[in-house]
Write a protein of this length. Structure first.
Length: 619
């Protein structure tokens, strides 16, 4: 490699947004280079890209199986368990979380957390990005989500509308392979029309919905005609199947996205109960699939173990002239070589935190002083209990249905909206069951033999939990910054994160707990929910304690808008400050609302790819 290489487009990051951008540009004949900080498939380290194993004899699939083997032997089945720990491309882990004592800093992991509350979400720095461990939920945003400032006096408006994004939603749903039934997603609640999602007439997803679990059907029957009341208004509690980027029954001649290393598609979802952190049969979409399609164009090159650390501008400070990166050979050594490449267009696609970190380290694209600010997540509150009967816990995908009734409405003037996820995996999230709880039965309660088997058989199939994905508003004080005192093995900055949860979101958590209590009472669920001050995400609201978890939904840090003084990119995902710099990913989103953000991010990236093509081919 030399420092005079030039490409039509240089992309930093090989996750879903980088993969989509590369495929769209490659199939249109543009030369593309992707720089990925982490390792390639399987997490193996090579001294150069030329030393990587040949794809013959099913090698790419075998590399994916390396992740599976790592997962099976991991004691802690956390989201990043299958993927390599890499000191040269470190990543946050849920095991790093702890309460932050007032006035102190939590720096035992990759993130340097200054609080007052810990930012609890993680992501994966490897080829394929965080789609390696996502759940696959693909919900569209509501029309009102794009204008919550205008409608409710809260947060920020988007510079685009739902109607503008709708055709790109359709493209994203097809290319990611979303399974759902449009008529179910298009349901219209008379009591709360705010949660209605308009679809193009006669639109249908390319695959049938993933079958709802026995638990979903139990809830649907048990909650029929139920309503909750807030601020004098009734809201029905409806159980609705969840759109998911995993293979269901194809409609017509649709062909799902192929598995990694194969021309044929990944298998149809078989209900494996570990799709977070990894699907063993590749039924779930991951960005490795799109990257393979991108490489088949013959125009896309991917260089792994290449950490971008500086964006250099031209003499006028207008355009990004070069991308500087460090190429390392082993995660155990800081040894590396420095290189630089140029692109007519430069695209940052390395996740909300990493994009912000690179921009701040380069002192670019920040005339608005908004880079790194407005970091958001879904503070996810859990409730859990024992059902009065066996509901088939620990089977199927993590969730196949949810309750969307409280995603929108006039109450957003006063408190956060939320979506309720119905969890299929018992108490795996709140209590670590069964892996983390069965040893306690043996060690603490001295159970063994038939007593142990009978207890597990009678109790564990009745375990149930809700997940409440609570809306968070953009807040300039929730941010990513840099500090020379905190660097990684390669000498690159570690993200310094300041984070809090405002009363708007806390009020949403209180309302969510009230809804949960009413549902538990109606269905005869014995509650075991406990929020402890020792929980990393413990907080209080009006004298009551609650605990939140990270959803893995990192949003904000380089938001889009209609004014260069208050946003980082325009509606076309283009930097206000540098015409040849585009940012993609959830960092562009001005608000998070209540939907898992990946589908919206994918839709925005397909739109951004068209904008980049138009910039490369001006009329």
């Amino acid at each position: 490699m030399n420092n005079n290489e030039h490409f039509d487009v240089v992309i930093v990051g090989a996750g879903i947004s980088g993969a989509i951008m590369a495929q769209e540009l490659g199939k249109n004949g543009k030369s593309v280079l992707i720089l990925e900080a982490g390792t390639g498939k399987g997490g193996r380290f090579f001294s150069s890209d030329c030393d990587a194993p040949s794809p013959k004899n099913n090698q790419p699939l075998s590399s994916y199986q390396t992740y599976m083997s790592t997962f099976f032997t991991a004691l802690a089945k956390i989201p990043n368990a299958p993927y390599p720990n890499n000191a040269n491309a470190p990543q946050p882990l849920v095991t790093d979380l702890a309460p932050i004592p007032q006035g102190q800093v939590l720096d035992n992991g990759y993130f340097v957390q200054t609080g007052p509350l810990p930012f609890a979400s993680t992501y994966t720095r490897a080829e394929g990005g965080t789609t390696l461990h996502w759940l696959g939920t693909c919900l569209r945003m509501l029309p009102e989500d794009f204008e919550i400032k205008t409608r409710f006096g809260r947060g920020l408006d988007w510079p685009i509308s739902y109607d503008e994004l709708r055709p790109w939603y359709e493209i994203a749903e097809q290319n990611l392979g979303v399974s759902a039934n449009a008529d179910e997603q298009n349901y219209h609640q008379i009591d709360n029309p705010a949660v209605h999602i308009p679809f193009t007439e006669c639109y249908e997803y390319k695959m049938e919905k993933i079958p709802q679990s026995y638990l979903d059907l139990y809830f649907s029957k048990g909650l029929a005609q139920m309503q909750v009341t807030f601020e004098g208004k009734n809201y029905p509690i409806d159980v609705v199947s969840t759109p998911q980027a995993r293979n269901g029954m194809p409609r017509g001649d649709y062909r799902p996205v192929g598995a990694v290393g194969h021309e044929t598609a990944g298998q149809r979802c078989a209900g494996n109960a570990n799709c977070v952190p990894i699907c063993p049969i590749q039924a779930k979409y991951n960005a490795l699939k799109t990257l393979e399609q991108a490489k088949k164009t013959g125009k896309v090159e991917i260089r792994t173990q290449c950490v971008a650390y500086q964006l250099e501008t031209d003499q006028q400070g207008k355009n990004i002239a070069r991308v500087h990166y460090k190429k390392y050979q082993s995660s155990n050594s800081p040894d590396h070589q420095c290189h630089a490449v140029s692109g007519t267009i430069v695209v940052l696609a390395s996740h909300a935190v990493e994009n912000a970190k690179l921009l701040l380290a380069s002192n670019v694209a920040n005339s608005s002083d908004q880079v790194g600010r407005n970091l958001m997540d879904h503070p996810t509150m859990l409730t859990w209990g024992l059902m009065p009967t066996d509901i088939g816990a620990f089977r199927g995908p993590g969730s196949t249905s949810g309750i969307p009734s409280l995603r929108g409405g006039e109450f957003r003037k006063n408190r956060a909206a939320f979506r309720i996820e119905i969890g299929n995996w018992g108490w795996s999230w709140p209590e670590g069951a069964p892996v983390g709880t069965v040893p306690d039965l043996i060690d603490e309660k001295n159970m063994f033999g038939d007593q142990l088997k009978n207890y597990i058989a009678s109790v564990y199939p009745r375990m149930f939990r809700f997940g409440f994905l609570v809306e968070q508003l953009p807040d300039a004080n929730n941010r990513v910054t840099l500090d020379d005192n905190y660097r990684d093995q390669l000498g690159n900055y570690r993200p310094v994160i300041s984070y809090n949860v405002t009363d708007y979101t806390r009020a949403g958590m209180a309302a969510a707990k009230e809804v949960s209590d009413q549902i538990f009472q109606r269905l005869g669920i014995e509650g075991f929910t406990e929020y402890k001050p020792s929980d990393a995400g413990y907080l209080t609201y009006r004298g009551q304690g609650y605990s939140y978890n990270g959803a893995g939904h990192l949003v904000g840090t380089h938001i889009m808008g209609g004014d260069p003084k208050t946003s980082v990119v325009n509606k076309y995902q283009q930097s206000w400050d540098h015409p040849n710099l585009y940012l993609v990913g959830c960092g562009n989103m001005p608000t998070i609302s209540t939907s898992n953000p990946t589908l919206t991010m994918a839709a925005l990236t397909y739109w951004a790819a068209q904008n980049v093509l138009e910039a490369l081919n001006p009329c």
